[in-house]
Design a protein around this ligand. Structure first.
Ligand code: ADP
Ligand code: ADP
Length: 217
């Protein structure tokens, strides 16, 4: 099991957002999380991604009890084990595609040459190697999203968290992004937890989790 979340609670002020969420995910699973806006999906994904801490409950990722890590250890853990893909890709505008993809490796202290070699392999795998020297504004939305997926994969994370990854893509680009997730799972056994409104993605996932009013049902 790669993830075990147990009785997760989270409030903002006195507004309870997560009200006792339990979730277990096996390595190599592709799990979709669906539910109405405001159900708490993004909040749950942030907590699983260790970007935010739960008020209550246990969270074990890769056999590590992450609640017990201090901020420094937590950020190292996150950078090593978890990849993030967002709807709005958050690429840094002043850097090229290759530089953006290499940033997680630089943070880990990987030498520039080695990072760039792997960065180019990833861009190639994602079919955007021709864009390596372009800045984000010179690329289409689909290309930018592929670059951000390459960045998420840079440190070879075992767990990839995606929040509406295809929300900003046309149906053709969305389908090819989803196909890529399955290819990565099949070749590298990576695990995906994906918040999505895309019905096709939910349909082809290994498992679909429904959230309503801060709970999984
Ligand atoms: P979903 O992703 O299912 O749409 P969210 O997890 O984004 O749901 O949000 C659930 C609720 O939590 C919403 O009402 C939202 O306004 C609130 N919320 C989310 N993040 C914060 C925050 N940082 N501070 C206060 N309220 C928040
Ligand atoms: P397959 O078995 O589908 O051929 P491989 O695991 O052999 O897949 O990798 C194919 C390509 O993916 C290689 O060029 C490799 O450099 C690249 N690759 C390696 N690690 C990753 C990763 N974490 N994410 C995406 N691509 C990767």
């Amino acid at each position: 099991m790669i993830l075990s979340a147990n009785n997760i609670h989270k409030s903002y002020g006195n507004l309870a957002i997560l009200k006792g969420v339990d979730l277990e995910v096996e390595r190599g699973e592709i799990v979709s999380i669906v539910g109405a806006s405001g159900a708490g999906k993004s909040t749950l994904l942030h907590i699983i991604g260790t970007l935010d801490r739960p008020d209550q409950g246990h969270l074990i990722i890769n056999d590590v009890d992450v609640n017990h890590l201090n901020e420094r250890k937590l950020s190292l853990f996150r950078n090593q084990h978890i990849g993030f893909i967002f709807q709005f890709h958050h690429l840094l505008p002043e850097f090229t595609a290759l530089e953006n993809v290499c940033i997680p490796a630089f943070i880990n202290g990987v030498p520039k040459k080695e990072a760039e070699k792997r960065g180019m392999e990833l861009l190639e795998r994602l079919g955007v190697q021709a864009r390596a020297d372009h800045k984000p504004t010179a690329m289409s939305g689909g290309e930018q999203q592929r670059v951000s997926v390459a960045r998420a994969l840079m440190n070879n994370p075992s767990l990839i968290l995606a929040d509406e990854p295809s929300g900003n893509l046309d149906s053709e680009n969305a389908a090819s992004l989803h196909q890529l997730f399955f290819e990565l799972r099949d070749s590298l056994n990576q695990t995906f937890i994906i918040v999505t409104h895309n019905e096709e993605l939910a349909r082809i996932s290994d498992r679909t989790i429904h959230m309503r009013d801060g709970k999984i049902f």
